[in-house]
Write a protein that binds this ligand. Structure first.
Ligand code: GAR
Length: 226
């Protein structure tokens, strides 16, 4: 069994999708929130999953918060740490501590639209395709080796709500898939930062393919917003 700790900040629908997937070989060891009022905590508790709150407002610095968060995570012996709508920028020290076993989901086709308000920005940019990305976390914000992406169309008349709902449905599909691959020991990251998925056929006809390459020179990874 691999122990998984899921970090949330709010609704927790991605966490729910991962829990509901019932991934063989995975044990959800804890759900931790940085906000005491995170709605997802109730779902986890109702499922008998240990929950904890590490309230970022109680700490004088990012470093102090991250240290307390890591301590709480480590009490559950996490082999994989899953960021599921966890809306805090993490320090480099925290990211390095969990390197290779820290995953995030971001609501855009990275490296497009890192940061916030991704759906509105996609509409304003006039892109025809949008989506979501699961990636391993590296110190640069919303960057790091791409594990899986899902693509959705941007339709005429879409607003932020309709587009985010379309993307969220795909998030709930790809995040459990990425976690499943990790639990099955099928993911490796090449020296160039590309994820390989062992024994996974690439489906050219579908919207979702395991990512085999990255966009060279795309600037999203160059800097970290302050
Ligand atoms: C999801 O759409 C997730 O991709 C996004 O927050 C939402 C959380 O929803 N994450 C980020 O924007 C991270 N930068 P959820 O709490 O229902 O899973």
């Amino acid at each position: 069994m691999k122990s998984i700790v899921i970090l949330i900040s709010g609704r927790g629908s991605n966490m729910e999708a991962i829990v509901n997937a019932g991934i063989p070989g995975a044990r959800i060891a804890a759900v931790i929130s940085n906000r005491p009022d995170a709605k997802g905590l109730a779902f986890a508790a109702a499922r008998g999953i240990p929950t904890a709150v590490v309230d970022h407002k109680a700490f004088p610095s990012r470093e102090a918060f991250d240290a307390a968060l890591a301590e709480t995570i480590d009490t559950h012996g996490a082999e994989l740490v899953v960021l599921a709508g966890f809306m805090r920028v993490l320090t480099d020290a925290f990211v390095r501590r969990y390197e290779g076993r820290l995953m995030n989901i971001h609501p855009s086709l990275l490296p497009s639209f890192p940061g916030l308000h991704t759906h509105q920005r996609a509409i304003e940019a006039g892109v025809r395709a949008h989506g979501a990305t699961v990636h391993f976390v590296t110190p640069a914000l919303d960057c790091g080796p791409v594990v899986i992406q899902a693509v959705v169309p941007v339709l005429p008349g879409d607003d932020e709500d309709s587009l985010s709902a379309r993307v969220l449905r795909q998030e709930h599909r790809i995040y459990p898939q990425a976690v499943r691959w990790f639990v099955e020991d099928r993911l490796t990251v090449t020296a160039q930062g590309q994820v390989r998925v062992r024994d996974e056929a690439v489906d050219e006809a579908g919207w979702t393919i395991p990512s085999l390459d990255r966009v060279p020179g795309a600037g999203a990874c160059d800097s970290r917003p302050s």
